[in-house]
Design a protein around this ligand. Structure first.
Ligand code: ADP
Length: 196
């Protein structure tokens, strides 16, 4: 990775609701009305102002489709904004999941760029209740963030927040891979050769 890009990507382990960044990204569901996992944690920590804005967005556009993203206040969070994106439910890998997951990262980053946010923190979208294989999800996350940062001045910094040790290692591993590397589909024992 070119070194200026490497300086703009960080990995941290812990609770995303504690991150002091301009925006944290929420792994929301299409209702935007809150749920379990990181979504529940964000709404609990950020308070009702986030849900109020989510409801207003629902009234305007009827929720948020898979792969898309919307932005609200961060309420009482240290982060000023929350970008809510709806990841795909893992369904074996042949239902467009990887393209939808990539779209989540790009559409979240597009909002950050549009709002000139300097720093954004991502959890592992879809890797909890939605069941996306974590290694492949980390590789997609890293690929999309690298490509976006290479082409845009904002956000300046992206933080991958790993909830546990295993996820931290997966991000570290993904960051050492060549830019075009993508882990093979689940079921193959070894990494596929680099394409392109
Ligand atoms: P999804 O429904 O998109 O799978 P989840 O909230 O179930 O979303 O999980 C997404 C990821 O967020 C998982 O890897 C989970 O371990 C992680 N996670 C859950 N709570 C937090 C938190 N407070 N901070 C950071 N990551 C979290």
């Amino acid at each position: 990775m070119d070194s200026s890009l490497a300086n703009r990507i960080e990995i941290t382990q812990g609770d995303i609701t504690k991150q002091k960044v301009d925006a944290i990204v929420n792994a929301a569901n299409s209702s935007l009305l809150g749920g379990g996992g990181v979504d529940g944690a964000i709404h609990r920590a950020g308070g009702s102002a986030i849900l109020d804005e989510c409801r207003a967005i629902r009234a305007r556009q009827g929720g948020c489709k898979t792969g898309e993203a919307v932005i609200t206040t961060g309420g009482r969070l240290p982060a000023t904004h929350v970008i809510h994106t709806v990841g795909p439910v893992w369904n074996g890998g042949q239902k467009g999941e990887s393209a939808l997951l990539a779209a989540c990262y790009r559409n979240s980053l597009r909002l950050a760029t549009g709002h000139q946010l300097a720093s954004v923190a991502f959890p592992g979208i879809s890797t909890g209740i939605y069941g996306y294989p974590k290694q492949e999800a980390a590789a997609i996350a890293v690929r999309e963030v690298r490509q976006w940062l290479a082409a845009h001045d904002f956000p300046r910094t992206v933080v991958f927040v790993a909830f546990d040790e295993e996820n931290r290692r997966l991000y570290e591993q993904a960051l050492t891979l060549p830019a075009l590397f993508i882990w093979p589909r689940v079921g193959l024992a070894r990494p596929a050769p680099c394409v392109g």
